[in-house]
Every structure is written in C-alpha cells, then in structure tokens.
Design a protein around this ligand. Structure first.
Ligand code: ZN
Length: 287
C-alpha cells in the first residue's frame, strides 16, 4: 500500500491536521482549536492513529529543530498555557508509533510553497508571514535553513517612520517589525479590526512602509529568487503593490530591480502552504 503522510500545522489558534499522498494531495483533514496541550493532543492523536507512516510538524516556536538534540521537537519557553517545554514531537510520535520531523511554521510554509506551489524548483525562497506575528522562513534548494537554532526575523529592527508614535506590540523591542506591523500592531494602529479598514486609509501606507523595509532586508541578506508573503494581513492584497514599490525605492537602484512583481508574490496554495510543507517534512523523512 502507498505510504500516507501525516501533517500537523500547529498554530497559535488552531491545529490543522491533514493526511496526504506523496504528491501533496490532501486525503483528509481536520482543525482543532489550540488550547492547553493536554486538551488538544487527544484529538490530534485520534485523527492520525493508524492512518499515517510518518508525521511532519510545522509549529509555532520557539521549537528545537536540531534532529541530534534530545529535545528535538520540544516547544521552548513561551507564554502559551502549558506549552513551555512541551515535547510536542516526541509525544505525538510515541502515541502514534511513527517517526516525526519538525520545523518552524514559517519554514514549513516556505517548504510547501517551494515544493507544491508557484515557487517550485526555485533555488532560494523566503516566506514571510504577516499575521498574529511576523516571521520569515527560508529554503535553499528545497531544504529549510535553520542556522544555529532558528532565525527570528520578525524581531529585526526597522526604522520608525517620522511622526509614527504608536507604541509597538512586541514586549521585547520598541521598534521591531513584528511590534510595528503584525496583525495586533495594525489593530492598535487602526483602533479596530484591520480587515474592515478601507484600502485608502493612510495607515496602510505606514504598514507598507515597514513591510517594504523588511522585504529589502530579506533581498539584501539572502538574494532570494522569490519572497512569498502570506498570513492574515497579506489577505489585504492591495498591500503587495505598495510594498513592492516602496521596496524598489528603498533599494535606490541597488540590486538592479526595476520591479519586484515577479519576486514579491502572494502565497499560492489557498492557505494550505503550512500544512503541505509539514507533509513534505514527513515525505522527506521517509524517502
Ligand atoms: Zn520584537
């Protein structure tokens, strides 16, 4: 019988579980609200039990992604109730009796895009999520990049726009990109749900300015073939043109980009990039 791959996209509000074939075809899926780990694990285990040969996990962090570590797949210190130090990968692997492979949520999404999405076959692909938080994942030749632990690009400092006095939402940094441009930051900026704010509101200019600085950083650091942008905030698609234009301006003729239309693009997998990337982690593990 053909192998079946389990994929878990562990997010701050929901756990997306899927069973896929080797082509990334989703055969079954379910969503479980993210609560205390002891509350949401049984549902995840019930869904996968006896149905998969390996499990890939893309998760919120911090998470230990070093396969040689005894804490591989464990969640690090975090504010989510019950999750600090929780051995997510090992617990699921033990209860399901299958091997697991784990990566960060952004690396998983990046892997999904460069395996099954519009960035398939490209050499260097960055994935930026702009949602509850901001993060960046990177795949080089189809393999996720980790560095010593894993990058935390969402906390890179950006240059505050003159006149922007909003206090950032990051408890650690007054001027990091996550603090000034994540979904919660936007909510603070607009004093209401950003999804209801019309596209001509000047606050979007501020948002695009910060995101364009971050895109420039990625371009200058990694020289990627593609920067895929996803997450709830990027559902406001008018941001793409603004971000590209401002990023070209910031580059000031450096890097020789007249336009970033083919480089800075929306996610292409209907929101499935994270879970499909997690599936690919399982596929890679078994191959
Ligand atoms: Zn920060």
């Amino acid at each position: 019988m053909e192998a079946r791959y389990g994929a878990l996209e562990a997010g701050g509000t929901k756990m997306v579980c899927a069973i896929t074939d080797v082509e990334g075809g989703i055969l079954d899926r379910c969503r479980i609200p993210t609560g205390h780990p002891e509350d949401c694990l049984p549902g995840i285990v019930d869904f996968f039990r006896g149905r998969v040969d390996a499990l890939g996990i893309g998760t919120f962090g911090p998470v230990d992604v070093d396969p040689d570590s005894i804490r591989y797949g464990d969640i690090g210190a975090c504010v989510k109730d019950g999750w600090s130090g929780f051995p997510l990968g090992r617990r699921l692997s033990d209860e399901l009796g299958v091997p697991f492979s784990v990566d960060t949520d952004v690396n998983a999404a990046c892997l999904g895009e460069c395996t099954f999405g519009s960035s398939r076959g490209l050499g260097t692909v960055a994935y930026i999520t702009v949602g509850t938080g901001i993060g960046v994942g990177l795949c080089i030749s189809g393999k996720p990049f980790h560095g010593n632990r894993h990058p935390e690009g969402g906390h890179i400092k950006v240059a505050r726009i003159p006149g922007d006095v909003m206090e950032g939402v990051c408890p650690y940094h007054p001027e990091c990109i996550e603090g000034l441009a994540s979904g919660p930051a936007l909510r603070r900026r607009f004093c209401r749900d950003p999804s209801t704010v019309p596209r001509d509101d000047p606050g979007w200019n501020v948002e695009a300015e910060y995101l364009s600085q971050f895109v420039c950083t990625c371009l200058l650091m990694y020289s990627p073939d593609r920067i895929v942008m996803g997450g709830g905030v990027m559902g406001r698609t008018h941001l793409f043109g603004m971000v590209r234009e401002k990023a070209v301006e910031h580059l000031g003729g450096y890097l020789d980009h007249d336009s970033l239309d083919d480089i800075v693009v929306p996610a292409s997998l209907d929101g499935n990039q994270g879970v499909l990337g997690a599936a690919q982690l399982a596929i890679d593990w078994l191959s």
